[in-house]
Design a protein around this ligand. Structure first.
Ligand code: ADP
Length: 236
């Protein structure tokens, strides 16, 4: 289990996270919703160990992820606002680079398979800087699942994707859910979040305003609850 305890992050004397508590079970798909500025991206960056909290901790099986962040990172796949791709390298070179980093066996085969999966086989040898936003996002998906991560962190992964790429991403998420991987997904699409998630957390003002299993509430009830909570915030 991943246990988030009293996570606090302060930027320029302003709280981005205000003592956030959350539990994520292994094999669970957690969807995080909430208005802009609620702290969702900050939380995922800290969970990815790309940023440190001012206070609080994230425990995995009782051990802080910040004790051995590199080891924890090897278990992760991440799709964030930054693509973490090298624009001057080709699509294939980017994936080969990350495959080497993750010490993946038979990297050429794995990379070619993934390029096909994300519909970029025909552009494998083109430099990433010549790619559209959506194509870069497709490649970012391939990069994120390259190491068959135990934990996949997705920060608004649907941004910039056309319908076929969105479907492709949903298929991969469902596949990883079936394989009992742990998924944390930030999205603004309540319907999609509700349908993919086992559990939903609504963030507001740096805290979890509501945490519930999707089985405990219908989509409509959830939508109403979301509106109440977000309106009560009086912002956005
Ligand atoms: P969300 O993802 O829910 O939209 P964020 O986590 O991006 O929210 O932001 C939460 C708060 O933290 C916002 O007020 C934002 O301006 C602030 N913030 C986030 N990242 C930084 C940063 N790198 N520097 C300064 N302030 C930041």
């Amino acid at each position: 289990m991943i246990k988030v305890q009293q996570l606090t992050k302060i930027y320029n004397k302003q709280f981005a996270l205000r003592g956030l508590d959350l539990e994520i079970n292994y094999g669970q798909c957690l969807c995080i919703l909430g208005p802009n500025g609620a702290g969702k991206s900050t939380f995922i960056r800290i969970l990815a160990t790309l940023s440190r909290p001012n206070r609080g901790d994230i425990l995995v099986d009782g051990t802080s992820v910040f004790a051995a962040p590199a080891a924890f990172r090897r278990k992760l796949g991440l799709i964030a606002h930054a693509t973490f791709l090298y624009p001057e390298l080709t699509a294939r070179e980017n994936l080969i680079f990350y495959a080497a980093l993750y010490q993946i066996a038979n990297p050429d085969t794995r990379v070619d398979d993934l390029l096909k999966t994300v519909g970029l086989a025909h552009r494998s040898d083109d430099r990433v800087r010549t790619f559209s936003r959506g194509m870069q996002q497709r490649l970012a998906i391939a990069r994120a699942i390259l190491n068959e991560p135990e934990i996949l962190l997705l920060d608004e992964p649907y941004t910039g994707l056309d319908q076929s790429a969105s479907q492709l991403l949903t298929d991969r998420i469902v596949e990883l859910k079936t394989a009992k991987r742990t998924i944390v997904l930030i999205t603004h699409n309540i319907q999609q979040g509700y349908q993919l998630a086992d559990k939903i957390a609504i963030f507001r003002e740096g805290r979890v305003a509501l945490e519930c299993d999707t089985g405990a509430m219908s989509e409509l009830e959830f939508q109403q609850k979301y509106n109440e909570i977000v309106t009560a915030g009086g912002k956005n």
